[in-house]
Design a protein around this ligand. Sequence first.
Ligand code: B3K
Ligand code: ZN
Length: 844
Amino acid sequence: PRPIRLSQYRKPAHRVDRVDLTFRLHPSRTRVLARIAFRPDPEGPGGPLRLDGEGLRLIEAAIDGTPVTPLIDPAGLSVEAPDRPFLWEAEVEIDPAANTALEGLYMSNGMYCTQCEAEGFRKITYYPDRPDVMAPFDVRIESDLPVLLSNGNPGRAGKGFAEWSDPWPKPAYLFALVAGDLIAHSDRFTTAEGREVALNIWVRPGDEDRCAYAMDALKRSMAWDERVYGRAYDLDVFNIVAVDDFNMGAMENKGLNIFNARYVLASPQTATDADYARIEAIIAHEYFHNWTGNRITCRDWFQLCLKEGLTVYRDQQFSGDERGHAVKRIEDVQMLRARQFREDAGPLAHPVRPESYVEINNFYTATVYEKGAEVIGMLRRIVCEDGWRAGLDLYFDRHDGQACTIEDWLAVFADATGRDLSQFALWYSQAGTPRVTLSSRIEDGTLVVDLRQDVPATPGQPEKLPHAIPVALGAVARDGTEALATQHIVLTRPHETHRFAIGTGDAVVSALRGFSAPVVLDQPLSNPDRALLLAHDTDPFNRWESGRELARDALLRMVRDGAAPDPAYLDALGPVLADDTIEPAFRAMVLALPGDDDLARSLAEGGTVPDPDAIDAARRALALAVARRHEDRLAHLFDSLAEPGPYSPEAGPAGRRALRGAALSRLSRIDGGARARALVESADNMTDRLAALTALVAIGQADDALAAFYDDWKSDRLVLDKWFSVQVAAAPGDSGAQAAARLTAHPDFHWRTPNRFRAVIGALGANHASFHAADGTGYDLVADWLIRLDPLNPQTAARMSTLFDSWRRYDAGRQELMRAALTRIAGKTDLSRDTSEMVGRMLA
Ligand code: B3K
Ligand code: ZN
């Protein structure tokens, strides 16, 4: 198929004034009756009525009551239509039970459910399925199922039917319908504007006691958006539904958010602290979309970052406000580097606003989402607080009810502040992670900082222009005091020199504080300099970063030169571990080592071919050395951090559990697993229990604990996902490949359910040494399963194929094996458009 290009955007020929849908639900023969009021757009290209449609059986169609016979093709239909407003009526039949792709109307455990973003509505009825066509929707659902839901406010309901009416014009991708035997966990919220909103979280019977946290997160999100952005909710009900079969996290359908059950359901016994934090973040994210995404949507799918980057940015700010910004920022940057920097460095690199795609579902990426959010953060730093507020107010004011572009977004900030943002706009069009090289010296009480920027070539973009890069920097004197408070500069040229008066003869520059831009910072710091920053930097991000760089340096020398664990690194950890004034969650992050994939990327960037076995061995040796060197402190932490009283998911206790779990994982390497074995039995919550189980798997001592865990949780699908995942993700050396092979033969491996598929195949991809097992068993297993999944669920198969994206980093043997695996996938007959685009880009 030919790529779709941003440059070829054309306005729609027809606008929609109103949509009226009736669903007669049936598992294999659902009838959808559509009455759609169309109007030619005088600014559009004209021509016949063109509607998107896929996999629909057209029963009959009429225009203004006169039957018509449209010309049908695999992508939709065309029919002559009058050059004035007219009513289109069509009846189609669809087969939800046969829909394994989980896009359009499908079934999950007897429940009907939809997923329309990006282009799923065309699998429900014929429609101009593009985000710049917005209309109010009225929906009638006919079914004997007890709960029938759609967007907007409820209307009439009776035996076997329910009606819904959504007054806010919306694009079809925000349409949703749910029907099933569901139970609500209900609450209320009164908006700042005085609107009484009924809140419901709909779940399968038996899950209703696991909704309280999601509901609490929803109410906090609603209050936060009013407080921070002045945005109130705009309907009388807000419904959330948890569904077991879902391709991603959740979906922001207007007034009817649909969630992967794992991002709704939580109880202390079944969910970890990390699960609670993710639930809070995703509930907030989908809720925030109501303004950034729904009220103001995207003109076309190239503008996806308009809603996603901004909404990720907003959910990150929310979580930071709720849980503490220092730790949240570190988590976000770790994720950005692990996923987005990796993407940006390989064959799948693309700009935050891509310029072409074959399958849009392949562009819901870390670049669009996470780098998109970083671009928003940089914009805020550049326009400063007043400009940020003024720009956003103008955005909501000017564009409410519209489908917008990145140009519209930037224009509100240019207009509100009078700034020229044309160079800043390059962040949206240039792919690749810029490298900022920094060197500094002190001359006569002046700190002189030289900065250089390079933007690497990426597929299709050999040459780049310099970016506008906000760099926050300060300096720490040798005695640990702050020699220069944080300065904010914006690097705009390839080379720049900046001077700052400084009150000392010697200081260490703490650059890119708070990770002020999504760049790789190349700053030659000695390990004693890094240790100084780890001990004394006032910027928590750089404090953590310095510890991380010390660990990275130690590990790289172990891998490359066979060095012993660096005693200076081990020493530097001591004061941090012992300092009870430092937040436990932060100390847990300092204790964590860079991951294998992260180290592989460092090695590759430095010109060394990464050896997965050597990386794994080095990480384990360093963890062991930390345990030996700090046994007493770690044991003290483990003993003293046990939480008294009942479990609470709040940041304070969660942080203490994180530090305790980090201590446990180190200690398990020297106590033979004794502490973990005791904890796995005594734990009253899933966080501790899973931490203990993970520690046991990592030392190959988990057989009994895994058997007991299975017995306890075999009937709980979300916990069972954890049981599958931990055995693969935490397996030592390359043993995760055999573990995954064994588990894919387990009777509970329901591979058609994306959560279960990811729990095994995704976990194998996350275990670097196992995925890259030298004999290729990891690659083959993943390729076999992708080939099997692709015809049923192309979206999930295509997404998972990205596990192969860094294949060119490795040695000739592994490259050959990975290329063969990719070629085997590519050669499959009838490979989906989704997967073939991904594999094609990776092999290009
Ligand atoms: N907007 C959805 C993602 C849709 C993915 C389509 N393949 C969830 C979100 O970002 O909130
Ligand atoms: Zn989103």
